[in-house]
Design a protein around this ligand. Structure first.
Ligand SMILES: NC(=O)CC[C@H](N)C(=O)O
Length: 199
């Protein structure tokens, strides 16, 4: 079998952590800053970071339209946190000029967990994983609503945000509000790699 190449959008964000998680799963990785690099990818990860900056840089580097085209034509893509925002069709509490790639029929709310609770972590039950994942949330978005074709993979359990959607899948697109690349558990990346291999 030809090896699977998964790119990590690398204009901004926690690129290294994703590269390490993907390498732990045993795929070939590639940092993506230019359309030529994107063209070599079987799948793509969009990391956590800052979504307004990602949108601006993607526009400046001529990557926004190639990304939209690859995603529209089925390239499996996994967004974490800011990456989830980049994949969302609709953003609440974004900046006026915020551009996303889009593709996922979801509405996300940026920095949804409030100013007091920027960051928290804990176990989270996720569809497809036998044991809970240790989910790290850093100024995270949540998914306010989803379209009919979107499968909800995880919801917050307990606390003020109980029931809020924090992981979704729609066809070849996956997104989490939290950071599975942090903490050495590669199971979420493995399920994305399985998605890429079956695409
Ligand atoms: N950890 C993160 O990726 C935070 C996302 C950030 N709050 C944004 O709006 O882009």
């Amino acid at each position: 079998m030809l090896s699977t190449t998964i790119g990590v959008f690398a204009l901004q964000g926690d690129v290294r952590e994703h590269l390490a998680a993907l390498e732990a799963v045993g795929v070939t990785t590639l940092t993506v800053r230019r359309p030529e690099e994107l063209a070599r990818c079987d799948g793509l990860v969009i990391p956590g970071g800052e979504s307004t900056t990602m949108g601006k840089l993607a526009r400046i580097f001529g990557l926004l339209d190639p990304l939209r085209e690859r995603i529209a034509t089925g390239m499996p893509t996994f967004g974490t946190c800011a990456g989830m925002i980049m994949l969302a069709d609709r953003v609440l509490d974004g900046t006026a000029d915020q551009e996303t790639i889009g593709g996922l029929d979801i509405t996300v709310r940026r920095n949804a967990f409030g100013r007091q609770v920027h960051s928290f972590e804990g176990p989270l039950t996720m569809t497809g994983l036998a044991e809970p994942v240790h989910a790290v949330f850093i100024r995270a978005p949540w998914v306010e609503s989803v379209g009919d074709d979107v499968e909800v993979l995880a919801r917050v359990e307990g606390g003020e945000a109980h029931g809020r959607i924090v992981a979704v899948r729609q066809g070849n697109l996956m997104a989490t509000s939290f950071h599975p690349e942090v903490g050495g558990d590669a199971r979420v990346h493995r399920s994305f790699v399985d998605l890429v291999r079956s695409a």
